[in-house]
Each structure stands twice: as structure tokens, then as C-alpha cells.
Design a protein around this ligand. Structure first.
Ligand code: IMP
Ligand code: MG
Length: 174
């Protein structure tokens, strides 16, 4: 891939911010058990770095949703690819996302966990918040960084399947 990338958040900046978010989450749950539900595939690096810093007993579960298809435009509909979760009734749940863009994906999974699974307490962490693109309200409890309209890649996030492995977050510059 010949595309040039500009760094938006360095590996160090991300590490520091993830550490701060984990501290906030530790403070809130105060030792109570939590089921972390990570939204695949984009949140994989964020979720794995975050849970390493959580101090309460943690179970890790995954759901796979897709809304972006193959390009850089949301198709406006959330496609549940795999929603297999254990029973969450009465549990504390932390949903972990890479980025909230239109908000449709986050709303879908939060409603699913709250309404269908009847989790007791549901909190939502996203590494990035593209607030300017929001189409539906999403309650974000833990937010890493705000970003503008740019399409970002790296640290789990992809463009056409590539760049997820980058340790930093960048954007494509022409
Ligand atoms: P939403 O449903 O429009 O909020 O989009 C959410 C999903 O689209 C995120 O979980 C990402 O996987 C993907 N996405 C949104 N914006 C970007 C971006 O700038 N880069 C890479 N993926 C993105
Ligand atoms: Mg995602």
C-alpha cells in the first residue's frame, strides 16, 4: 500500500490515555466483577490494552457488527454478524468500541445488552469520538479522544481491511 499516513495520536499518547480511562473505570466499579463486551474487529487493540489495566475480576466477550462495508462511508445500517453472548442478566457490562461515528453501531449494541440481556449496569467506552458525524444520541461514559471528520486508521481501525496492526492512529493524507 503506497498511501501516506499522518500520525494523529502516537503510541505513547494512546498508552497514556488508555491508562487514564482504566483508572476511571476501576474507580467506578470499585472491585465489582465486570463483563467486557468488545466490538470486533476495530476495538481489539484498545480492548486488550484496556483490560490489562482493569483491577476487578473481568470476563471478556466479543460481538461482531458491521456497518461500514468495504469503504470509508457508513452504509447507515448495522449488520449483526455475531451477537453470541453469555447470559448478562444482573451483571455489570462494559461495552468497548474503537470509534463512534454515526453512533448507530454503539446504539445497536448498547440497546441489545440493556434491553435483550437485561444487564444491571451498562457502561460504554470508546477510544475515539467523531461527534460531528453523530446521527443518533449515544451515552459515552469513557472517551479516549475526540476526532473530526477525518477517516482514521490504525490501533485496530482499518481501511479496506488494512492498517489495523499500526500501533498509532493516523489518517490518510493525499
Ligand atoms: P457508526 O455506526 O457510524 O458509529 O460506525 C461505527 C463503526 O464504523 C466503528 O466501530 C468503526 O469500526 C467504523 N468507523 C467509523 N469511522 C471510522 C474511521 O474513521 N476509521 C475506521 N473505521 C471507522
Ligand atoms: Mg467498531
Amino acid at each position: 500500500m503506497e498511501t501516506r499516513l499522518r500520525v494523529l495520536f502516537s503510541e505513547k499518547e494512546i498508552e497514556q490515555r488508555v491508562r487514564e480511562l482504566a483508572e476511571e473505570i476501576n474507580g467506578f466499579f470499585d472491585g465489582e466483577e465486570v463483563v467486557v463486551v468488545a466490538v470486533l474487529a476495530g476495538s481489539i487493540l484498545f480492548a486488550s490494552d484496556l483490560i490489562k489495566r482493569l483491577k476487578m475480576p473481568v470476563q471478556l466477550e466479543f460481538v461482531r457488527l458491521s456497518s461500514y462495508g468495504d469503504g470509508d462511508r457508513s452504509c447507515g445500517k448495522v449488520k449483526p454478524v455475531d451477537l453470541t453472548l453469555p447470559g448478562l442478566e444482573g451483571k455489570n457490562v462494559l461495552v468497548v468500541e474503537d470509534i463512534v461515528d454515526s453512533g448507530l453501531t454503539a446504539k445497536f449494541i448498547l440497546d441489545y445488552v440493556k434491553l435483550q440481556h437485561k444487564a444491571a449496569r451498562v457502561k460504554f467506552a470508546t477510544l475515539l469520538d467523531k461527534a460531528c458525524a453523530r446521527k443518533t444520541d449515544v451515552p459515552i461514559d469513557y472517551r479516549g479522544f475526540e476526532v473530526d471528520e477525518k477517516f482514521v486508521v490504525g490501533y485496530g481501525m482499518d481501511y479496506k481491511g488494512y492498517y489495523r496492526n499500526l500501533p498509532y492512529i493516523g489518517y490518510i493524507s493525499q
